[in-house]
Each structure stands twice: as structure tokens, then as C-alpha cells.
Write a protein that binds this ligand. Structure first.
Ligand code: CP3
Length: 300
């Protein structure tokens, strides 16, 4: 998750020349950024370079990125065409041979950037919130279809604000819309939710092919509870600040425990942090790759 970003020197170089919004919305630049991690690491898949909040521009918001704050949105009623995303996907597909993951945010998570204090809206104006979520849901389906048409091989839905919801509110304000999206999409689907371990049972009932977990729970336990799902995750992003020996030990222990699980996508349990040492990311990827090679040799 978050392959590209501030921990990469070649990304920082581009960021000094262009605003973040420009990197997201210019297909040429976005495609270049999506490919940057491949200059350092031999990853098995790439992710489109864009941001989940930008879908709001299709329903009348203007989104800006403020340094050290993040995405900020203003309602202007001016609905923008976000067709550039299709161009970005096509350009990345031309540059890279590995499978490409397209994505959108869960409508609830995107809405949490559009309104002040979304938890208050849940209690104070639930109908207005549902109207906004419905609009975001339709726009999300459109942008996913657009990415699929342009060639992505799987899509991932990021519900990063799920952890602030109670179990019944999760059903009503998050999963209801995620189900609607999943029903409209005909490709491999992955759902990530922050707080996913809290809501394992509910998530396991979704029709998504794969579930992406944060680091709070043991992968093997998750596997026992969910024998039929592809699991993605779930290393703690802070592990990449540890000494190399500890990174290696954690990777090897986890993979040994998972015993060549064929339905496991190794990933971090959340986005990579800005000051993560590049060397450690490379070491982490190498440890995973070397372990797979060793175990394949044992198998053959
Ligand atoms: O390789 C990739 O980076 C994939 C592209 C990608 C970005 N954002 C680019 C980005 C993806 C998949 C996202 C998803 C996203 N965006 C989520 C869901 C996943 C998660 O992290 O929980 C959320 C909640 C957002 C909203 C968002 N965008 C925030 C809160 C911020 C600021 C905080 C931060 O981490 O920097 C952004 C900005 C953003 N989106 C950056 C990137 C690379 C930071 C870039 C910079 O400052 O130069």
C-alpha cells in the first residue's frame, strides 16, 4: 500500500517541481510516479498513482492538498471531469509489465474529508450523510469502471476511516455502500479497512476476493477464520524502522507460520511512513522474495 511517496528520493525530486494535485491529475506525471518504486524494488504489482479524495471533484467539490495537513475540500457545485484517470492507467500499463491495482476510497472515508466531524453527522443529520454517501458511491463505481476499462487487473477499496465506527454504524454507513460497489464491479476485488481486525467477521462476509488486514491480529489466526479469502497484509509499517535482523526475523517467522499459503499477498498493514529508510524497504522486499524462492526450492 502506498508504494510511491515521500520516502523515495526520486519522488521528492518530482515534488519539488510540481504540486501534489498536479502529480495526481496529469496522466504523464502520475504514470511516471506510479513507476518510480520499480527503480528501487522488484515488486510483484503496481498501484495507480491518484488519491481517494479526488473522486469528490466529480460531485462538485474542489480538492486541495495542504502541506502537513493533507486533503482539504470545498463545495463549489462545479462537477469536474475526472477522465484523466483513464489516461493515467493506460500510460502505466504501457510502462510496466506487472499487474496493476486500481482503487477508490470507501464512500464513508472520502466523506470524512468532505464534512466537518462526520461522527456528529451520523447522529445529527444521517439523511444528509446518506445522500452524500450515495452520490460518492455512484461516482466511485464510475471511476472503478473507468480504471477497469483502461486495463487495471484488480481494484482495491480503501475504507481507512472504518475504525471510528461502531459495529452497527459500520453496517449502515460503510459496508452498505461497499457491497453496492462490489456488486457493480466484475474484476478481482480487495477491501482494506482500518480497524479491520475489529470487524473481521463482518468483512469476511463481503463478496470481495481479498481482504487486506492491519497488523493487530495474527495472520495465521485470520487464515483459520477465513479459509476461503485471499489475505493481504499485514506487517506493521513501523517494522521498517527496525534493524535489518529484526525485519528478516519477522518476515521469516511469519512466512514460515503461513506455510506457503497460496492465497497470501504480502503487504504492509497500512501506508508506508514518510521517513522510512529506503534500504529497509528494499531489505523487506528481498527477505520476502528470498523466502519464497527458498520455499519453492524445497517444494520442487
Ligand atoms: O503508490 C501510492 O502512493 C498509491 C497512491 C495513493 C495515494 N493515496 C497517494 C498519496 C493511494 C492508494 C492513496 C490512498 C489514500 N489517500 C487513502 C487510503 C489509504 C490510507 O492511507 O489510509 C487515504 C485516507 C488518502 C487521503 C490522503 N491523501 C491523506 C490523508 C494524505 C496526506 C497524509 C499523508 O499520508 O501524506 C494524502 C496525500 C497523499 N496521497 C500522498 C500520496 C503519495 C502524500 C504525498 C505528498 O505529500 O507528497
Amino acid at each position: 500500500m502506498r508504494q510511491a511517496g515521500r520516502y523515495l528520493p526520486n519522488y521528492q525530486k518530482l515534488r519539488r517541481k510540481h504540486s501534489l494535485k498536479c502529480l495526481f491529475t496529469n496522466p504523464e506525471l502520475a504514470a511516471e510516479v506510479a513507476c518510480l518504486p520499480f527503480e528501487y524494488f522488484s515488486l510483484d504489482a503496481a498501484i495507480v498513482f491518484w488519491d481517494i479524495v479526488l473522486v469528490a471533484e466529480a460531485i462538485g467539490f474542489e480538492v486541495d492538498y495542504i502541506e502537513n495537513i493533507g486533503p482539504v475540500a470545498k463545495f463549489t457545485k462545479n462537477r469536474k471531469d475526472i477522465f484523466y484517470l483513464q489516461d493515467t492507467v493506460r500510460k502505466i500499463k504501457k510502462k510496466l509489465q506487472v499487474p496493476l491495482i486500481g482503487f477508490c476510497g470507501g464512500p464513508f472515508t472520502v466523506a470524512s474529508y468532505l464534512v466537518d466531524d462526520i461522527k456528529r453527522w451520523i447522529y445529527e443529520k444521517p439523511l444528509e450523510l446518506h445522500c452524500l454517501l450515495e452520490e460518492l458511491c455512484l461516482a466511485s463505481i464510475q471511476i472503478l469502471k473507468m480504471q477497469i476499462e483502461a486495463g487495471v487487473n484488480a481494484i482495491q477499496i480503501f475504507e481507512s476511516a472504518a475504525n471510528i465506527l461502531s459495529s452497527s454504524h459500520l453496517e449502515e454507513f460503510s459496508l452498505y455502500y461497499i457491497r453496492k460497489i462490489l456488486r457493480s464491479i466484475s474484476t478481482l476485488t480487495i477491501v482494506f479497512a482500518k480497524g479491520s481486525c475489529l470487524f473481521q467477521e463482518k468483512l469476511s462476509m463481503l463478496s470481495a476476493n481479498a481482504l487486506s488486514f492491519d497488523w493487530h491480529y495474527d495472520l495465521l489466526e485470520l487464515r483459520r477464520k477465513m479459509p476461503n479469502k485471499i489475505l493481504q497484509g499485514n506487517f506493521d509499517p513501523d517494522l521498517l524502522f527496525a534493524p535489518k535482523k529484526m525485519i528478516e526475523k519477522t518476515v521469516v517467522n511469519t512466512l514460515q507460520k503461513m506455510e506457503d499459503d497460496p492465497a497470501l499477498i504480502i503487504n504492509l498493514g497500512h501506508g508506508i511512513k514518510p521517513h522510512t529508510p529506503l534500504e529497509n524497504v528494499k531489505w523487506f522486499v528481498d527477505c520476502v522474495k528470498n523466502f519464497s524462492k527458498c520455499s519453492l526450492r524445497v517444494l520442487s
